[in-house]
Design a protein around this ligand. Sequence first.
Ligand SMILES: C[S@@+](CC[C@H](N)C(=O)[O-])C[C@H]1O[C@@H](n2cnc3c(N)ncnc32)[C@H](O)[C@@H]1O
Length: 334
Amino acid sequence: MRPKKLTPDAHHNIHFFNEDCITGARKHIADNSVDLIITDPPYGINGNNLHLHYNRNESLVVDGYVEVPQSKYEQFSFDWIKEAERILKPGGAIYIISGYTNLYFILHALRQTKLKEVNHIIWKFSFGVFTRKKFVSSHYHILYYEKPGGSRTFNVESRFGLKEESDKGRSKNYCDREDVWGIPRQYKPRKIKNKNELPDDLLKKILQYSSNEGDLVCDFFLGGFSTARVAIGLNRNIVGFEISPSIFKQKIGEIEMIMPGELLSSLNVPTINNPKNQGKSWSREECVKLIERYDELKSEGKLKKDIMKTLQEEFKRGYWSIDKALKKGKNEIL
Ligand SMILES: C[S@@+](CC[C@H](N)C(=O)[O-])C[C@H]1O[C@@H](n2cnc3c(N)ncnc32)[C@H](O)[C@@H]1O
């Protein structure tokens, strides 16, 4: 929309271009200026029945969706991924959402850049198509890569504190950071939508871990503008491209209604209870007290895991600090 070339200092800016993302990026986005790219390119599956694997009701897909012919997919992937590499800041990250049909070409293009793989994530969704003679296809691939040369943002406790446990005693943080994500597609019955509109929960997760408020996020293939909508809602800056005039026209009005930061209150707030004495060195008296208390609890017949829990609370220190002090204390004091 605005012809100004984005620079690395662009702040609090929102720019959408009804253009091809490859020529558009060259024209509008400076080298090393973007913190995070989240994008899902067209899948190149026109002209066959592969869309059925992804359970798409094509009659409810917005008019004007531009596909890339299979014969051009390899060069197309290479060209836009080269642009993505150029505009990312060193330390910036890219998440590419892809089906398996043309995954090969995307991986091949990524390998011809300097971008480095961080994770290959499997996004498992619900509503795969029922089949009788084979397994049901119910996943997409998310390729998480970084541009080397800088410090990559990864907000490890942005959603769950490292010490938060589920009712079953499992670490919520660990589970949230496993590389298989079970996130349902957003159910929008009978609503006209773009192919593969990404669910808010998936976008929030990526944005929380891999960006901060005020960062510049880019989507090369805006489609239904989901990435843009959630990014603005979380107070990020955004630049994006959509080649289709009809989709662009339809969605641009909706996006203008979003208030920057309006989704921040919907985020899960982590409980971060860092022990009060974390990082302080142990005095001799404290060590003696710790060993006495350990022996006392043990003589009561308590299990090691319960003893450690009690000691963490009483001595306001983490598990490993107590474990180390017990071993060291027993060797050096007793
Ligand atoms: C899979 S959809 C993106 C869906 C989007 N992530 C969402 O949540 O709604 C891909 C989009 O890329 C657009 N597109 C295809 N070729 C393009 C190009 N060369 N430049 C920009 N957009 C393009 C298509 O029209 C389509 O809307």
